[in-house]
Design a protein around this ligand. Structure first.
Ligand SMILES: NC(=O)c1ccc[n+]([C@@H]2O[C@H](COP(=O)([O-])OP(=O)(O)OC[C@H]3O[C@@H](n4cnc5c(N)ncnc54)[C@H](O)[C@@H]3O)[C@@H](O)[C@H]2O)c1
Length: 423
């Protein structure tokens, strides 16, 4: 057991950077990433994800590196690289494989390699272990050891930060599990759960997010039914929520890097054993169809084609700059296909990324935005939630339609001649 391990985090994004900053308070930490621009910005004290503030970054002892030579002498490698899906919604393990190959080249006898990236059961031992062996010429389980510790942080969530949530850990041997418990326990007040084995920990992570996706899919399907019945979904939920065991999920778009992606990893695992994961994939279908459904409801209420529509919010969730897999673009592209003219505003999104990923030129300010036929509140950024009656009325043309996907203006009264629709 290492008393004071030298740790390298491989991948410094939403997950890797906050983790590296916390670990660096207690250990010698190298923060490695293949993206030179990311390393340069972190060295300058700026985190574009907004998860770590400038002071914490500048005061951290992390040794940022884009050159893998910095990984030499590492005792514990922690891999926190992306695990997206490809165009067929199949797990894309290329970043995990590439990061593993890098670690393999720098592995020494006695090292541990821990994965935090979300994967399906078996990836750590069956996919990564052999890559590490091939790269290092060492034997897994004898010369070096594997571990898995799923990450549960939630971008933009300042309450459930990496130092304040229960950390599930699993090692290839009890000694490795104990080492991981000691390392992670140092940063989160020893709030550790030791899973039975690596596959169990991998499965636990992937079902956490699949469960969330399915629960949201249920309320999304109910929202479609309730709206069709001419009822207000939020009113229905408010009443149902008074039951002690009713689960308080809200309808909406499911985007981002995790909830909308991880169920496909579970589905892949199911297919590997010849099982058709009906509920898991139904949840994905329902949630992925919500953008088109919302656009259809808006279009039906617009008196004419070629209406002017303002979309407020483009990121995948409130108060974060993350545009990955945002489903707001489904509303945007559906409305454009229907012939409407759609402007988009988002104070958190990076303008060049919005242009690069989606070809959307974000409005730079809302001050000049007036007289729209419809205004759609798509993301509950604080800046939008605080818009009052007169600001909203100003954005709209007389008789315009206010669309409230997040229920953020539920209690805001609009003058009688305006119309509204809420998911
Ligand atoms: N974002 C979240 O809130 C969250 C929460 C829990 C779990 N996860 C999981 O954590 C993992 C990482 O997600 P993220 O959101 O931090 O991703 P991210 O895209 O924000 O960051 C990943 C980083 O890894 C770097 N990278 C890619 N390939 C690399 C390689 N071969 N070597 C070194 N660096 C490499 C990228 O340059 C990037 O900086 C994913 O598996 C994700 O599903 C994410």
């Amino acid at each position: 057991m290492f008393a004071s391990p030298r740790i390298s985090t491989v991948g410094l994004g939403y997950v890797g950077l906050p983790l590296a900053v916390q670990l660096a308070r207690y250990f010698d930490v190298v923060g490695f990433d293949i993206d030179g621009a990311r390393i340069a910005e972190l060295k300058s004290g700026w985190d574009r994800t907004g998860e770590v503030d400038a002071d914490a970054l500048r005061n951290s002892s992390i040794q940022f590196a884009v050159d893998e030579a910095a990984l030499a002498g590492t005792d514990i490698f922690i891999i926190t690289v992306p695990t997206p899906v490809d165009e067929d919604n199949q797990p894309d393990l290329d970043p995990v494989r590439a990061a593993t190959a890098t670690v393999g080249r720098n592995l020494t006898v006695g090292s541990l390699v821990v994965y935090e990236s979300t994967v399906y059961p078996g990836v750590t031992e069956d996919v990564c272990g052999p890559i590490l062996e091939a790269g290092s010429g060492l034997t897994c389980g004898t010369d070096f050891f594997l571990g898995y510790s799923p990450e549960r942080i939630n971008p933009g969530d300042r309450e459930h930060t990496v130092d304040r949530i229960t950390k599930v850990v699993a090692g290839q041997t009890p000694e490795v599990t104990a080492q991981l418990a000691a390392m992670y326990g140092a940063i989160n007040n020893r709030d550790i759960f030791e899973a039975r084995d690596i596959r169990t920990a991998e499965a636990a992570k992937v079902i956490e997010n699949a469960q969330r996706d399915i629960n949201i899919a249920f309320v999304n399907e109910v929202a479609v039914i309730v709206n069709g019945l001419g009822l207000n979904m939020r009113d229905v939920l408010e009443a149902a929520n008074t039951k002690w065991n009713f689960l308080p999920f809200q309808p909406g778009l499911v985007g981002g890097h995790c909830i909308g992606v991880d169920p496909f990893y579970l589905a892949h695992a199911a297919h590997l054993i010849g099982h058709n994961p009906e509920v898991v994939l139904a949840g994905r279908r329902i949630n992925d169809a919500m953008g088109a459904y919302i656009a259809g409801e808006v279009d039906e209420r617009l008196a004419r084609g070629g209406a002017r529509v303002l979309l407020l919010g483009l990121t995948f969730k409130e108060n974060v700059p993350d545009l990955r897999n945002t489903r707001v673009v489904d509303i945007y592209s559906s409305l454009c296909e229907m012939g409407h003219n759609v402007d988009v505003h988002d104070p958190h999104a990076d303008r060049s990324e919005a242009q690069k990923f989606f070809g959307i030129n974000l409005l730079s300010r809302l001050d000049d935005a007036i007289g729209y036929d419809a205004v759609i509140g798509a993301v509950c950024h604080d800046e939008y939630a605080m818009l009052d009656t007169s600001s909203l009325a100003c954005l709209l043309a007389e008789g315009g339609l206010l669309v409230d996907i997040k229920g953020m203006w539920r209690d805001t009264i609009l003058p009688d001649d305006y119309r509204r629709w809420q998911l």
